[in-house]
Design a protein around this ligand. Structure first.
Ligand code: NAP
Length: 293
C-alpha cells in the first residue's frame, strides 16, 4: 500500500515508518523541516514537505494513496485547532482519491482518565484530561467521516529501552540521580514498546475493521516506582533517590497536557490480540529495562 505518515520522526511515527517500510509498504512522510526530511529519507521514505499547521500548503500535492497514519502533534495549547484545520483540509482531499482511503488516527490512554484498579477497554467511557477534551469529538468526527474508512489506536505509554516516556528516567539514572517522577511511585502506567505499537498500526491498517478502535497496551499497568528502579539497576543504582513532582508543577513547566503523567491507569490490549492477532514481543519491560542495551 502507499501510506502517508504524519509524525514520522516522533516516538510513535518513527517506529511506524520503520515497520511499514520493512513490511514492503510504500511510505510517503510529511516533513516540516530539512532535518526531519533527511532523517526519514535516509530510512527509505519518500518525502512530502509540509506543516500540519498549514495543510492548505501541501494537501493538494498528496499523490494517490491508500492510507494515512496520523501520529503528528506539537503538544501546544493549539493542538485542537491545528488538528481541526488539518482534518478540514485532509478529509475532502482523501474523499477525492480514486480508491477509498483508510485513516489510522491516534488517540491515547490518557483519554480514559484515572482508572485506578479498573482496566480500561475500548468500551470504557472516555474521561479525558481537560487538555485532551477536544480529542473525544475529534475521534467521533473521524469515525463518522463519510470520505474515509477510519480506525483509532489508543497507545499506552510508549517506550523504548532508552527513550520515549522513559527518556528522563534514563537520563536521571545515567547521571546518578535523583530520578524525577510525576505524581508518585504508586502511579501505574499501561505500557507498550514503540516497535510493538508499530506492528499494531500495521495490523490495524492491513486487517482492522473500518470503524474499530484498538487499545495499544502490551502490559496493562506497571508501577512507576518499579519502572524507575529497573532502569536505575541498569546503571548500578541499587537504591535510587526518587524526587516526586506534582501534576501542577509539570503542567506549569510543560503544559496542561503533561498532567497525564500523574494518571494512575490500567488499559487492556486484549481486543487487538484477539481480533488482529497482535503479539507484542516486549512483554516484560521490568526485566528488559534492567539490562544493558
Ligand atoms: N508517546 C506516547 O507515549 C503516546 C501515548 C499515547 C498517545 N500518544 C499520542 O500520539 C501522538 C504522537 O505522539 P508522539 O509521542 O509520537 O509525539 P512526538 O514524539 O512529539 O512526535 C510528534 C511528531 O509530530 C511531528 N510534528 C509536530 N508538529 C508538526 C507540524 N507542525 N507539522 C508537521 N509535523 C509536526 C513531529 O515532527 P518534527 O520532526 O518536525 O518535530 C514528530 O514527528 C500524539 O497525538 C500523542 O498524544 C502518544
Amino acid at each position: 500500500m502507499r501510506v502517508l505518515v504524519l509524525g514520522g520522526t516522533g516516538s510513535i511515527g518513527s517506529a511506524v515508518l520503520s515497520e511499514f517500510l520493512a513490511a514492503g509498504h510504500d511510505v510517503l512522510a510529511l516533513a516540516r523541516s530539512e532535518r526531519s526530511a533527511t532523517l526519514m529519507e535516509a530510512r527509505g521514505a519518500k518525502i512530502l514537505r509540509g506543516d500540519i499547521r498549514n495543510p492548505a500548503g501541501w494537501v493538494l500535492s498528496v499523490p494517490e494513496i491508500d492510507a494515512v497514519i496520523h501520529a503528528a502533534t506539537d503538544f501546544s495549547n493549539q493542538m485542537d485547532a491545528i488538528d481541526r484545520r488539518l482534518l478540514d483540509a485532509l478529509l475532502p482531499m482523501l474523499g477525492a482519491m480514486p480508491r477509498r482511503v483508510r485513516l489510522v488516527y491516534t488517540g491515547g490512554c490518557w483519554l480514559y482518565g484515572e482508572t485506578g484498579a479498573r482496566i480500561a477497554t475500548e468500551t470504557t467511557p472516555f474521561d479525558p484530561l481537560p487538555a485532551f477534551e477536544w480529542s473525544v469529538p475529534t475521534i467521533g468526527r473521524v469515525l463518522a467521516a463519510p470520505e474515509i474508512d477510519a480506525l483509532i489506536i489508543h497507545p499506552a505509554m510508549v517506550y523504548t529501552h532508552d527513550g520515549g516516556v522513559f527518556s528522563s528516567f534514563v537520563e536521571d539514572a545515567r547521571t546518578g540521580g535523583p530520578i524525577t517522577i510525576v505524581g508518585g511511585e504508586h502511579v501505574h502506567w499501561p505500557l507498550v514498546h514503540a516497535d510493538d505499537l508499530a506492528v499494531l498500526y500495521r495490523l490495524a491498517l492491513e486487517r482492522g475493521v473500518a470503524g474499530a478502535s484498538y487499545n495499544g497496551a502490551a502490559v496493562a499497568g506497571l508501577l512507576v516506582g518499579s519502572i524507575v528502579r529497573s532502569i536505575a539497576r541498569r546503571f548500578g543504582l541499587a537504591a535510587p533517590e526518587l524526587r516526586t513532582v506534582r501534576a501542577n508543577t509539570i503542567a506549569a513547566e510543560k503544559g496542561e497536557w503533561a498532567r497525564g503523567y500523574a494518571l494512575d491507569q490500567r488499559m487492556s490490549g486484549d481486543k487487538a490480540r484477539r481480533e488482529l492477532g497482535w503479539r507484542p514481543a516486549h512483554g516484560d519491560p521490568l526485566r528488559e529495562l534492567a539490562e544493558p542495551g
